[in-house]
Write a protein that binds this ligand. Structure first.
Ligand code: MN
Length: 246
């Protein structure tokens, strides 16, 4: 890291109407550091839940307006679906000026190809979650869900969130983290030495070897108690925590 122009990565803000501190910190971040960036990438779970582009809550609308003013200032913003906001769609893109990224995707940063994911697809030890993921990522399931009333969608999302919290509480920590063989397989398939993801809320940089190749897995943190930022410039990646100011 340093003073040069950088590409910025964040994830797992989990914004909804009840998190004013996170919204204020995110808005401030978009108005300051992000304004000078080459690009901003949001790698999933920007929102704690998203029942469709027609139903943002007040907190989510504030975040959307803040992203719009960043993109209007000329900074490109790329957003990846997370497991909470996988229904972000075309109206969200129009309202923010952001572009949706596929998961996984390879992003070339200052000459270095990097495999970028949300991270939930790597948590293959959690079999019930992977079954749920396959269901809700199905196009027919999504069409049927989006055809329901906003009230019905909110009820179902609330029940899913309660179920997910109970499921996570019942699982050992190791089961909800990434699976080492799935990480190796993803790096092997992509042919990159670098993997960047969020989702697990376990920020850090881990070295690993894949078929004798030295690799690194960079994990973004969530924004629950403080912000988490990966700043990547021509001298490489730097993982930072952003203290809360208020
Ligand atoms: Mn997630």
């Amino acid at each position: 890291g340093g003073a040069g122009v950088a590409t910025l990565f964040i994830s797992d803000l989990h914004i909804d109407a009840d998190c004013g501190q996170i919204i204020r910190q995110f808005t401030e971040f978009l108005q300051t550091e992000a304004r000078g960036a080459d690009a901003l990438y949001i790698l999933g779970d920007l929102f704690d839940s998203w029942v469709g582009d027609d139903a943002p809550d007040a907190g989510q609308s504030a975040a959307i307006a803040a992203i719009k003013s960043l993109t209007a200032s000329g900074v490109p913003c790329f957003v990846m679906h997370g497991n909470r906001d996988f229904l972000l769609g075309p109206k969200f893109c129009a309202d923010t000026g952001a572009r949706l990224l596929p998961d996984p995707v390879i992003v070339t940063l200052y000459g270095e190809p990097v495999l970028v994911m949300h991270g939930d697809a790597l948590c293959t030890d959690d079999r019930p979650y992977q079954r749920l993921r396959a269901t809700v990522r199905d196009a027919d399931w999504q069409r049927q869900f989006l055809a329901l009333s906003v009230a019905a969608r909110r009820t179902l999302a609330g029940a899913a969130r309660t179920g997910s919290q109970a499921h996570m509480a019942s699982m050992q920590d190791a089961i909800t983290d990434v699976n080492a063989e799935s990480v190796a397989a993803a790096l092997r398939a992509a042919g990159t030495s670098l993997l960047l993801h969020g989702h697990t809320h376990r920020p850090g940089i881990q070295s690993l070897s894949v078929d004798g190749r030295e690799c690194a897995r960079i994990v973004l943190g969530d924004w629950h108690n403080e912000g988490s930022l990966l700043r990547w410039d021509s001298s490489g990646p730097e993982l930072l925590s952003l203290p809360r100011c208020d």
